[in-house]
Design a protein around this ligand. Structure first.
Ligand code: HPA
Ligand code: ZN
Length: 346
């Protein structure tokens, strides 16, 4: 544990922005800003049910996960070509780089887009080319996590997996996203077992709106290595013990939780309590174009609301790299960069 020096009053937000970090929970379609949605709609001759950028932004009022997913799905309809996927992902990677994100593990799905008549390869190739280009031009590293849509069937998940296997080498892992309630992880036990055999790293959304039982089954039926969200774990002391003992990371997204009414106010968020309980929590943006902030906004607003400390900032930066799927040499070098910034920060 690195002991963080006392910080001058008012300097914590600057430290939160300056500290090197990894982002492990970002849906790339959730980074599509309204301006880019309108630009792509024009480029691809797609009609949008919103008069302009402002009207679209005004629609970003949600009361639960499903009300968000419905609007989010409208936005994905403008994505038609490999270049569109490249442009979306490159815009995100530039924005993340500006927030001192050194490494990103990016969720995407193909089922949304094959449902719109696209080839899965168009999606994967465009996103992958953005990751390669951003590494060359900005130095940020990024890898892709292929998400199954849990409101669709197991059979549809197997079909989607089949379709992306020619691009196997462009993806590091698989995940599980979309409407949680009524779609428990065990619905996908067999497809996750297959992905495990194929050498994919495994993660799943669980315990965002769903009960602790969904986190247990993500761990025991899917055998995931990380839980996305997992904020409902705090209702189950035995589960908390398990998560702490096995050092299962949780990719927490505070502004998402606020906008989707998982917590009534940021002041009620359980991020600080998770750290105090010894859980490997991380901070992430989820769908930043929709939820009012990229990763640094998630850090600064949550730290202000909960009165969190510079020591907790170091812990979260450290956790983000510890929880990542980076290879060991690069993980170590990024962790050294975290410590160097905390040491030299005045
Ligand atoms: N939860 C589930 N599915 C999603 C989310 C989320 O927060 N964002 C995009 N797809
Ligand atoms: Zn998510």
């Amino acid at each position: 544990m690195f002991k963080v020096k006392p910080l001058a009053a008012g300097r914590l937000p600057d430290l939160l922005r300056a500290m090197p970090k990894a982002e492990l929970h970002i849906h790339i379609e959730g980074s599509l800003e309204p301006e880019l949605i309108f630009a792509l709609a024009q480029r691809n001759h797609v009609d949008l049910p919103y008069a302009d950028v402002e009207a679209l932004r005004r629609a970003y009022v949600f009361n639960n996960l499903q009300s968000f997913l419905d609007v989010y799905h409208e936005g994905t309809k403008v994505l038609r070509t490999e270049q569109d996927f490249f442009d979306m992902a490159y815009a995100y990677l530039m924005r993340a780089h500006a927030d001192n994100v050194l490494h990103a593990e990016i969720f995407f799905d193909t089922q949304t887009h094959t449902g719109h008549g696209l080839d899965a390869a168009v999606v994967v190739n465009g996103l992958h080319r953005a990751c390669v280009t951003a590494q060359a031009e900005l130095g940020i590293t990024a890898s892709l996590i292929f998400c199954f849509l849990r409101h669709l069937s197991e059979r549809a998940a197997f079909e989607a997996l089949e379709q992306v296997l020619p691009q196997r080498d462009k993806m590091i892992g698989v995940g599980l996203a979309s409407s949680e309630l009524g779609h428990p992880p065990e619905k996908f036990a067999r497809v996750f077992a297959r992905c495990r055999e194929l050498g994919f790293r495994l993660v799943a959304h669980a315990g965002e709106e769903g009960p602790p039982a969904y986190i247990w089954s993500a761990l025991d039926a899917l055998r995931v290595e990380r839980i996305d969200h997992g904020v409902q774990s705090m209702q189950d002391p035995l589960l908390m013990q398990r998560l702490a003992k096995d050092r299962i990371p949780l990719t927490v997204c505070p502004l998402s939780n606020l906008k989707l009414c998982v917590f009534p106010a940021l002041e009620q968020h359980n991020l600080a309590r998770m750290l105090e309980a010894g859980l490997v929590a991380t901070v992430n943006s989820d769908d930043p174009a929709y939820f009012g902030g990229y990763i640094n906004q998630n850090f600064t607003q949550t730290f202000a609301a909960l009165g969190m400390s510079a020591q907790q900032a170091w812990q979260l930066a450290h956790n983000s790299f510890a929880a990542s799927f980076l290879d060991e040499p690069l993980r170590r070098s990024y962790l050294q960069r975290v410590d160097a910034v905390f040491e030299s920060f005045e």
